[in-house]
Write a protein that binds this ligand. Structure first.
Ligand code: URA
Length: 244
């Protein structure tokens, strides 16, 4: 149609009569009774993905099944930007389970928790009380609140934590450690519902039916070496507890 008009010599796209574009559109008269065939307005379906996660986590009867369930969970945006699922490291028979925050760049690359600079410090800290992820007699087991690296190592968002928390809780239930060590504010707020690591650290608490020891995160200790003194006191408290 347009080509035909151009062939006829039309050079400007203007109408025959001016259009007032500020004018209110004329109201259509409302039908007195709704047409019987009028479609019912559909409400968008609200899905609580933490419930989806809870069902998937609850169905996992062992750690391999839990890892597979997490790998197949498609509702957390972080998964799209991550190279690997970071599930756990160490010995699931350990008496001590350490819960960190989220993988960083090196953890994302290797698919293992705490293998970057903070992880090296974590290993040194536990070696100082004769524990380690590969220790024959005194092993530890390590995981994180989030299994996928947040972009640019930003803090995990509350909805990401809430969505993945059922997996962490099931993880703890399946490993069934004697004590939990929570590294830093993110894992304390997720597991204990409390923030303020400076006040929390070193105070034994209880969560998920386990004794819990909040500690400074090793990444914080790298930035604030003067806080290693408190971390050492907390490690000694852990050691005393394990010795009964
Ligand atoms: N920091 C964490 O909290 N977890 C890791 O796995 C690495 C760094």
């Amino acid at each position: 149609m347009l080509e035909w008009q151009i062939d006829l010599g039309a050079t400007e796209a203007i109408g025959e009569v001016p259009v007032n574009r500020y004018e209110e559109p004329a109201q259509k008269p409302k039908p007195k009774t709704p047409a019987p065939e009028a479609p019912v307005a559909m409400q968008p379906l609200q899905v609580d993905f933490s419930q989806v996660a809870r069902a998937a986590a609850g169905a996992a009867q062992d750690l391999d099944a839990l890892q597979a369930a997490m790998a197949g969970f498609e509702h957390c945006e972080l998964k799209k930007g991550a190279r690997n699922l970071v599930f756990a490291d160490g010995n699931p028979e350990a008496r001590v389970m350490i819960v960190g925050e989220a993988p960083g760049v090196e953890e994302d690359r290797q698919g293992k928790p705490f293998v970057g600079a903070a992880g090296q410090l974590l290993d040194a800290m536990f070696a100082a009380i004769d524990h380690g992820r590969d220790h024959a007699d005194n092993p530890v087991y390590i995981t994180n609140i989030l299994p996928w690296r947040p972009p640019q190592n930003r803090d995990p968002k509350p909805d990401e934590i809430a969505m993945m928390l059922p997996f962490v809780e099931r993880h703890i239930e399946l490993v069934n450690p004697e004590v939990l060590v929570l590294m830093g504010n993110i894992s304390c707020s997720a597991i204990l519902g409390q923030k303020g690591i400076t006040k929390l650290r070193g105070n034994w608490m209880e969560a998920l039916g386990k004794p819990v020891l909040p500690m400074f995160h090793p990444a914080y200790l790298l930035r604030m070496p003067s806080a290693k003194r408190e971390a050492w006191a907390d490690l000694l408290s852990l050691q005393a507890r394990l010795r009964g």
